[in-house]
Write a protein that binds this ligand. Sequence first.
Ligand SMILES: [Ca+2]
Ligand SMILES: [Ca+2]
Ligand SMILES: [Ca+2]
Ligand SMILES: [Ca+2]
Length: 621
Amino acid sequence: MKEVITSRILRTIPLLIAVCLVSIPAQAQYGGGSGTTASAETNTYVFLPGQSAVVQTGGIAGVHETYPIEGQFQLFVDFDAGTALFSQVDANLVDESPFLPTESLGELFNMAELLGTVVDDTIIDFVGKTADGMESDILLTLTFRDDSAHLTGRTVPPPNSADFFIFELDAVASKKYGGGTGEPNDPYRIATAEDLMLLGESPEDYDKHFILTAEIDLDPNLPGRKVFDKAVIAPDTDPNDEYSWFQGTPFYGVFDGNGHTISNFTYDCNGIDYIGLFGCMDGNIKDLGLIDPNIEAGTGNWVGSLVGWLREGNVTCCYAEGNSVSGTMYVGGLVGWHSGGPIINCYSTGNVSGKWWSVGGLVGFNYGTITNCTSSARVSGNNNVGGLAGDNRGTITNCYATSSVAGTEHVGGMVGENFGGEVTNCYSTSSVTGTILIGGLVGKNVSISRLNQGGGYILVGGTITNSYSTGSVSGNENIGGLVGDNLKGEIANSFWDIETSGQAISDGGTGKTTAEMQTASTFLEAGWDFVGESINGTEDIWSICEGTNYPRLAWQILVGDFVCPDGITIEDFVFFIEYWRDDNCDPSNDYCQGADLDFSGTVDEADLEILVENWLAGGND
Ligand SMILES: [Ca+2]
Ligand SMILES: [Ca+2]
Ligand SMILES: [Ca+2]
Ligand SMILES: [Ca+2]
């Protein structure tokens, strides 16, 4: 069996990797502040208060009024064609006046109908006529200076007209964020800490699309940064309400980290809820890394480095490295409370601590779906403390935890309390210590009864399937190698290592020796779906390096780790070189046994580069 598994073990694995931008070097997609490489672009500009006004003069009454402008506009410029237009104007003259035909700046200058001509790189002239039937001429000049647009111009009445007002515009508008329009095909670009903080202060943009175009450092010692006393984006706006509800606007747009990182996000404030880079999230976050987030929430609840409350929406391909996160309840290394769409391909490292309930390395309280995630964060709390999630009432699939977990009651290497939840294809190597209801994988496992359509009750959840644990487990009461206490839950085809756990018993699962735990047949006979066999399935969830390691999840194995032992070593290089210059690799890569790492059809220098990059990146554990 060993030969079968190890020789064919990893050839399909390259298909499973490279779903996240964060795990591979970020591609330079956007040029940063000055926009895309295309010659045509649209940007949003915001009028600067105090520098933007319309002056009205003339008429029989001899009016002379000044109206400040508030708002923004979108400017489309095609430098190649030499044309420009205002694609959207959302700005108003602030003061009311009986002499003013409209408070809308766009209507007053009929901006949507003006034709722009690019004079040179910095000047655009706009001409047109008013829409009021009087047919005044309009002449505006837009001048780019730094990242600002200066707008000057006026309406010009027809010759010999006696009773006309003249409107003169003199305004300065700055480019919003690092450019873009916030639309799906042209997201606002976040290039600086200032851009990010501006987004936080702009709830009107929480439905927009954003993309990170640079690494951002929020170190409070740097100029213009600070120690935050609320979530950076989508904070609770009434932190002192009696019931601790979330008030405020959730972020419900898209935040694409684009493979970039945000470092040193620092929060320090006691007793405020919904804390994280995002306080409350109904949108999507992807391809974003947080480096060294430092969150001291004290008696605050719903605390995560990335999201306090993931209410709806998704978090995909995100991580928090070097966490220092603390709070009281619902505290997680990435997300405090998760009731939203899936969290996929995410991880967390560092330290997570909670004074009371629901503390987890990745998620404090999970009511949603977590797939292909991992945590090595050290976790401490009181009740319901887990290496990946403190509480699980949702679905955790294809995840692993390598933490150390300490608590009092309901403490597990993976999940503290699995209350009607599902844990499938997961493993934990976390060491676990506590007092009562302590398990290597799950502290307490509970199936809950639910009314079915026939009027009776059925038991749902509380399932642990195809999972294992190996970490040391210690405590006083209801201690188990895999599960501390199982209340009517279903534990199937799951194992723990009786030697490394120090526990001969468990309220569910099957205890095995270390040698048995590192033997493929133990798991194959239980129906686990491995790479290199199809009898148990073709999803190929697991891989094993027999005799040296326990089963590992196929998704966690690096591109280029072809053969045993685990990690990229000289043995993998030797395997790779056997296929050097093969130029008829089929699309499935079967013929070249996966050595065509970029699926180009040929095993060549490009593949070698990928192999060496992963080798040097330390893919040898
Ligand atoms: Ca509140
Ligand atoms: Ca299989
Ligand atoms: Ca290897
Ligand atoms: Ca290739």
